[in-house]
Design a binder for this molecule. Sequence first.
Ligand code: F6R
Length: 248
Amino acid sequence: IPCFIFPDMNEGSYYAAKIIAQTIREKQQKGENCVLGLATGSTPKVLYNELVRMHKEEGLSFKNVITFNLDEYYPMEREAMQSYYNYMHRILFHHIDIQAKNIHIPNGELPKEQIKQHCIEYEKQIEEAGGIDLQILGIGNNGHIGFNEPGSSIHSKTRLTNLENSTRLANVYEFANISEVPRLAITMGLSTILKARKVILLAWGPAKAPVVQRAVEDHMSEQVPASLLQQHNDCIFILDSSAAAELT
Ligand code: F6R
């Protein structure tokens, strides 16, 4: 997997933002929609800030952009502070000219018996949009991408899944205490992610260095879901120097 290493997360985020802006503009010139797969969490915050800046200062338009978020906690109310619905609107969507009908985020509010159908429809909506042109990913300390925890099948699609306790602990900072962190999430599957035409994984900071090393340099394994990106023909990692520190 080609790794682009920057001195800090700001520089890496600006580089990712440039690739996204270029993809959006190329599609605009052809009169086509640009389908983006988006991640949440702490990793892409500077990237989203930069996209907002490009919209405000450089006239980057999101009118032709369709988005699909990777995941959402379950159960989760949309308007809850911790929801990824709230995160995306607060950090990105409220500040750009994306059309509301073009935003897709798994729905954490549905009753359990409707989730299966919702996941099937999510996959169908991605297909009907023409597939994902560019997928942005973060990486969990355990190697997860989206909420595909270790052991997820390479053939997995959008589904309800269990969160590892280590993942719940990593995200407890958004909640009052660990018991408040949902045990379930709806996530795109590994096959959904691998079908994206281009994939960019971002990782910052020393805590991610061991898992970045395993994803890039170890054998592909469902035990390290991000390592499955080795089989993608257009995937890059954008790292800061501390996340890249254990690469040989
Ligand atoms: C978030 C997601 C997760 C995060 C990962 C890293 O939508 O899919 O895979 O990207 O847990 O989280 P942060 O960026 O908070 O370190």
